[in-house]
Design a protein around this ligand. Structure first.
Ligand code: FE
Ligand code: FE
Ligand code: MG
Length: 162
């Protein structure tokens, strides 16, 4: 990013890019948790659940891309090694060892709730300090809110089916 572009950021850009890297780690882990969850999921409403997980995987990958671009604009480096995802993550990774649709939905709902908390905190930190990152994080937060709702609706449908 150009010098002026960086100058308008009213906080330590290194600190900001570290925070964005932690979210970037979360997004890659969320991506894989959805992607592999879609492969292994079993049980009632399997088709609908699989389709939603595939869609969310795609959207988490887009979040990772957008965060990487912003980190680069700020003069930082997106995490270069997958092992760093585990070191830097806020929300962690939960393997879908139990492939039942109910369990996978519950695990991913927890993940989304964690993500919503992370982005809300980030918004509080950067509010009034960096309009570009602010807008990016608000857009991502809106997606995570939608993800949580989609999964909760599916879980509700699943419970009604029994
Ligand atoms: Fe995301
Ligand atoms: Fe999400
Ligand atoms: Mg969705």
């Amino acid at each position: 990013m150009g010098r002026k572009g960086r100058e308008i950021v009213d906080m330590d850009v290194k600190e900001l890019s570290n925070l964005l890297n932690k979210a970037y780690a979360d997004e890659w882990l969320a991506y894989y948790q959805y992607w592999i969850g879609a492969k292994v999921v079993k049980g009632p409403l399997r088709g609908a659940v699989e389709a939603e997980l595939v869609e969310h995987a795609k959207e988490e990958l887009e979040h990772a891309e957008d965060l990487a671009e912003r980190i680069l604009q700020l003069g930082g480096t997106p995490l270069l090694k997958p092992e760093d995802w585990y070191r830097q993550t806020n929300c962690g990774y939960v393997a879908p060892e139990d492939p039942s649709a109910k369990k996978i939905l519950e695990q991913n709902i927890k993940g989304e709730q964690c993500a919503i908390g992370v982005y809300q905190k980030l918004i509080d930190i950067i509010h009034g300090k960096d309009p570009i990152t602010y807008q990016l994080v608000v857009d991502i937060l809106a997606d995570e809110v939608e993800h949580e709702e989609d999964l909760e609706n599916l879980l509700e449908d699943l419970k009604l089916k029994k």
